[in-house]
Design a binder for this molecule. Structure first.
Ligand code: FES
Length: 217
């Protein structure tokens, strides 16, 4: 459950979209009919979050509300509903660990424990060096390769505690890390073998042909 809340803070600096992002803002708003510009609230919040270091501050909410002519509370309601929006600062690598049933059955709880022990953080926390933050989320939609973790925009699948910790170390060192399945699985194919492998029983001897009627006579 999401328990992070953005509190109004008058000391926060004003948020303004960069000129480059302002162009994108205009394009998003232009996709909707006159009077329906509020429909652009999610892409604008996403853009604001990316520009603001990975989280939606009160200043971001107020700027999005101003651009869309919405009450700030309505924008806050949207941001507070979706786990894709962070209402407090996150680490450079924001970890969203799936804890829903298929991932849980495949070891998500062990991944979570390994992550918290290794980074010395609790769920919802940020590591002391600011490099990582962790939160548990519901299904990430990649259950076939459970257990799954999303870090920033990338998915890491078929994880074990050992491969997860190795991956975290590599990210901390600024190394390039392989995304997707960590066991070499192709897309979502079976982990053990290809479905087109010929099964042994397929090689069984063919049924003898029926004798010609002439022979029987
Ligand atoms: S249950 Fe984890 S990705 Fe669906």
């Amino acid at each position: 459950m999401k328990n992070m809340t953005a509190k109004p803070n008058e000391d926060q600096p004003q948020f303004i979209f960069s000129p480059e992002n302002m162009e994108k803002v205009k394009k998003y708003i232009a996709k909707y009919p006159e009077g329906r510009q509020a429909s652009a609230v999610i892409p604008l919040l996403d853009l604001g979050q990316r520009q603001n270091g990975g989280w939606v501050s009160q200043a971001v909410i107020e700027e999005v509300a101003r651009l869309l002519a919405m009450p700030p509370m309505r924008v806050h309601e949207v941001a507070a509903f979706y786990t894709m929006f962070n209402l407090k600062p996150v680490g450079k690598h924001h970890i969203q660990l799936c804890g829903t049933t298929p991932c849980w059955l495949r070891g998500a709880a062990d991944l979570k424990t390994a992550c918290m022990d290794h980074l010395k953080i609790a769920e919802g926390g940020v590591s002391a060096d600011g490099k990582f933050s962790l939160m548990e989320v519901e299904c990430l939609g990649a259950c076939v390769n459970a257990p799954v973790v999303q870090i920033n925009d990338d998915y890491y699948e078929d994880l074990s505690p050992a491969t997860f910790v190795k991956l975290l170390d590599e990210l901390a060192q600024g190394k390039e890390v392989k995304t997707g399945s960590q066991i070499g699985r192709q897309c979502s194919s079976p982990a053990q073998c290809a479905t087109t492998t010929e099964a042994p029983e397929a090689k069984a001897p063919k049924t003898p042909r029926k004798k010609k009627v002439k022979d029987a006579e």
